[in-house]
Every structure is written in structure tokens, then in C-alpha cells.
Design a protein around this ligand. Structure first.
Ligand SMILES: C[S@@+](CC[C@H](N)C(=O)[O-])C[C@H]1O[C@@H](n2cnc3c(N)ncnc32)[C@H](O)[C@@H]1O
Ligand code: SF4
Length: 459
């Protein structure tokens, strides 16, 4: 009998393209939204809100406006089309009631950040917007240096509209641009020539809103490297404060509008990586600072300063310098974060409105932090914000030993051997030329991932 036993076959090292194709969450929260459950009730969330006022801390407010004039084929946001103003006015009226409900629980707390997202917040009729801000300013205590930011569709920015926003205290605007290429714009159902974008920048700056961000995308149908370069260079002429370049997340099982996208015209993961790398090289050469996986900021922008000081944070709006531990989401589908956990409002406008009309907080699900949630959230946030994490320091803060992460480190080993990640004892660093796989590295510390949820590709 032959006593010779062959050594176990070692799995081949992963290629970068294989890693980039992995389907992992975007980690704007941890635990991520697929793991929210109805266990977080309106009563539970009310209890969390009651405690906000007892801490001497400023909070952030997020208001969701889920309306657009038309729906872009690529859109992954929670929104619906409305050509008429009536449903938008009815929604604004319900927002006032939700603001009153929330304020009754938290009291007149200070606010450090106010963010209008969507959808398209500039679809709100000017009088509705003014009344909502008045209401918020009465029920909450706006700090003098409050960042007041809004997401805008440049096709609907006018000089009058920009002046109105500035008069209401808006001091930062993000414009949805995606691409300046006419063929790609046709393929994604969003025609928006450079002139429209340039005019919007000028209108906002003339009105006194100097901090203007540009939201771009890569991985769109028909998009080539030459188009990425052309869009990046033309956008730079407008001197945005921040530039986000999001990889197109194709999730047609969640967003039926994306079925209009011709999947045969989508780039593969190698090309997507090249597109992201090219954009990064162009923005860095122009003096912008890399912020996390998909943002860039002018060196004097608060986000670049927060990155430098290790104060960068990640929340549902992406990267932020907002240090508040409580983010209160208002409006259909909004998610709130408190030190106790996440709470999400009813995602559909009707369900949300019904709860509010019944005098109830419209919470339908969420996640109370338990076990290792807060510790793992800290690790994931560190990897996505600074591309490194000191597991010994995290362990000390949370009263565990680094052995807690033995499984994660074992799973990371192939990425280390492939030269994407470095490990020095308990210090994990995503190498500079491989920052794009940060979501994959973060996912190795996610103990919920194997329990389900379908995600978009990592790069
Ligand atoms: C919520 S939208 C709001 C902006 C505004 N409605 C507009 O389109 O101009 C914010 C940004 O999310 C990004 N985005 C939307 N759908 C996406 C998707 N499927 N994948 C990646 N990014 C997406 C786009 O850059 C978009 O401008
Ligand atoms: S990208 Fe903006 S305008 Fe287009 S559907 Fe989404 S939220 Fe609306």
C-alpha cells in the first residue's frame, strides 16, 4: 500500500478582476439594510429619540424628497416620477407633520448638518421649501456654522431658484451630472449638455453658494475610457469643491427602470476598474484629494481636511465630515441612525403618509445594535474611509482580543498573498494601488453577509 499522501492543493490566488466582480454591499451602514427587521417598531425608535435630547450633542437631519419629473434609466434611488405639483405639495404637508412628531420626542436639539436628498429636492415648489425650512428652524436649533446641503438636478436649476436656495441658507449643492457624452446620455435616458451643467454651476455661485459638488458615474452603457477622460477634464474646468464618481450599480431585480439599460453595452469589471483608475489619476493630477472609494475633494474642502485629520465618516449620504452620532432621517424610506441602532421609515409614500396621518412615527424596520455590531461597524468604516485598520486598537476599545478576527484574517489571506492588502501583525492596510477593492476587504469583517441580501459588483 502506498503510504504517500499528497499535500492539499492550494487554491489559486484571486485575480483583481475576480475580486472586483464580487457582489458586496456599499457599506453606507453596518449592519446593512437587508438585515433590518420589523423588530424596530415606532415605539422602539421613539425611545431612542427620547434619549437624543438628554445628550448634549448636535444632530444631523436628512430630508428625503422622492420625486423627479422623469426617471433616468440608470437610477438606483428611491423616487418616482410626477409631472404635477399636487402630490409633491401633499408630500411636503406630511413632512411638516413628521417634523412635528420627531421634534416632540427629541426637543429643540442643535443641528450641525441638514441635507436634502432624493429624488430631486429642487422639484419642491419654492414656497414649500421655504415653509419646511422655517418649520425646521423653529423646532430645532440650527447651529450658526450648520452645513446646509442639497442634491440638485442641473436641468432644473435656474438663477432665481439658486438665489432662493441661498436666501434659505443652503451653502452646499451637489449636481447630478453622470457623463457629458451625448451617446451615453441618450443610452441612459438623460440628456444634459455641458452648457446646462456650466450654467447651473454659475447660477449657484452667482447666488453665493460657492461649495458646488459634481456627481459623476463610470460603468455606464457605451461609456469608454476616452469619454471618462473628456467628462473629467471638462468638469474640472468648473472647479467643483468635491467630485464623486460612482460605479454604476446595475440592480434591475430591485430597480425595474434599469431594465431599460442595454446590458450588452455595459463594461466588464476590468474596464470598470480602468475607468475608475483613469478618473482618479486625472483628479489627483489636478490637485484633488482622494476621499474613500469614490470621492475627491479640493485640498481646502472640509472633507479633505477631515480625511487628513482621520475624522472622515461614512453614512447614508456617502462620505462626510459630520461627527454627529445621531442622524435623523425624515421622509419616505429615510433611515435614521442613533447610538442604539438604525430605524427606517416606510419606503412607499402611501404607507409613510398613512402612518403620519395616524399620528405615528412611520418606522417599519431597523436594527438595534447587538453583539459585535458597533465594533465591526467601526472596522468597516475605518477600511472605507482610511483604507486601514488597527485591529489591536479596536479590540482594546471593545474589550475583546484580536483573536476575535481570526476568521476574517484567514479569509483575507488570499488578498494579502495576491498583493492587494498588507498585514503587519494586527494592522491591516489596503495597498494604495488597490483602494478600489475596499468594499471586498470590509466584507470579510461582515458577519451578516452569508445570511443573504443581493448586492452590486464591488468595483
Ligand atoms: C439621488 S441622485 C440625486 C440627484 C438628482 N436627482 C440628479 O439626478 O441630478 C444622486 C446621485 O446618485 C448617483 N446614482 C444614481 N443612480 C445610481 C446607480 N444606479 N449607481 C450608482 N450611482 C447612482 C448619481 O450620480 C446621482 O446623481
Ligand atoms: S438620477 Fe436623479 S433625476 Fe434621475 S431618476 Fe434618479 S433621482 Fe431622479
Amino acid at each position: 500500500m502506498n503510504a504517500h499522501v499528497s499535500p492539499p492543493l492550494k487554491a489559486p490566488l484571486p485575480s483583481l478582476a475576480e475580486v472586483a466582480r464580487r457582489m458586496v454591499p456599499r457599506y453606507t451602514s453596518y449592519p446593512t439594510a437587508p438585515h433590518f427587521s420589523p423588530a424596530v417598531t415606532p415605539q422602539a425608535y421613539a425611545g431612542w429619540l427620547e434619549q437624543v435630547g438628554t445628550r448634549d450633542e448636535a444632530v444631523s437631519l436628512y430630508l428625503h424628497i422622492p420625486f423627479c419629473r422623469s426617471i433616468c434609466a440608470y437610477c438606483g434611488c428611491t423616487t418616482k416620477a410626477s409631472l404635477r405639483d399636487e402630490p409633491i405639495r401633499a408630500y411636503a404637508a406630511a413632512l411638516h407633520r413628521e417634523i412635528a412628531l420627531v421634534a416632540a420626542h427629541v426637543g429643540r436639539v442643535p443641528v450641525s448638518h441638514l441635507h436634502w436628498g432624493g429624488g430631486t429636492p429642487n422639484i419642491l415648489p419654492p414656497d414649500c421649501m421655504a415653509e419646511l425650512i422655517d418649520d425646521l428652524a423653529t423646532r430645532f436649533n440650527f447651529q450658526a456654522a450648520m452645513e446646509h446641503a442639497i442634491e440638485l438636478d442641473p436641468r432644473h436649476v435656474t438663477p432665481d431658484g439658486a438665489r432662493h436656495l441661498a436666501a434659505l441658507g443652503v451653502n452646499r449643492a451637489s449636481l447630478g451630472i453622470q457623463t457629458l457624452d451625448a451617446d451615453v446620455q441618450a443610452a441612459i435616458g438623460r440628456i444634459q449638455p455641458f452648457d446646462v451643467v456650466a450654467t447651473s454651476f454659475a447660477a449657484l455661485r452667482d447666488a453665493g453658494i460657492d461649495a458646488v459638488n459634481a456627481d459623476l458615474m463610470y460603468g455606464l452603457p457605451l461609456q469608454t475610457l476616452a469619454m471618462i477622460e473628456d467628462t473629467a477634464r471638462r468638469i474640472l474646468t468648473l472647479r467643483p469643491s468635491r467630485i464623486a464618481i460612482f460605479g454604476y450599480a446595475h440592480v434591475p431585480w430591485m430597480k425595474s427602470n434599469q431594465r431599460l439599460i442595454d446590458t450588452t453595452a455595459l463594461a466588464n469589471s476590468e474596464t470598470r476598474m480602468e475607468q475608475a483608475a483613469l478618473a482618479r489619476a486625472i483628479f489627483e493630477a489636478a490637485g484633488y484629494v482622494e476621499i474613500g472609494i469614490d470621492h475627491f475633494a479640493a485640498p481646502d474642502d472640509p472633507l479633505a481636511l477631515a480625511r487628513k485629520d482621520g475624522q472622515l465618516r461614512r453614512n447614508f449620504q456617502g462620505y462626510t465630515d459630520d461627527a454627529a452620532t445621531t442622524l435623523i432621517g425624515i421622509g419616505a424610506s429615510s433611515i435614521s441612525r442613533t447610538p442604539q441602532g438604525f430605524a427606517q421609515n416606510a419606503p412607499d409614500n402611501l404607507g409613510w403618509q398613512r402612518a403620519i396621518e395616524a399620528g405615528m412615527l412611520p418606522t417599519v424596520r431597523g436594527k438595534a445594535f447587538e453583539g459585535e455590531d458597533v465594533m465591526r461597524a467601526e472596522i468597516i468604516e475605518a477600511l472605507l474611509c482610511g483604507f486601514d485598520v488597527d485591529l489591536a486598537a479596536v479590540s482594546r476599545r471593545h474589550g475583546v482580543t484580536p483573536a476575535t478576527f481570526a476568521d476574517a484574517l484567514e479569509r483575507l489571506q488570499p488578498l494579502i498573498e495576491a498583493g492587494f492588502v498588507a498585514r503587519d501583525g494586527d494592522h491591516i492596510v489596503i495597498l494604495r494601488h488597490r483602494h478600489e477593492i475596499a468594499r471586498v476587504v470590509a466584507s470579510e469583517f461582515d458577519t451578516y453577509l452569508s445570511r443573504g441580501g443581493r448586492h452590486s459588483v464591488a468595483v
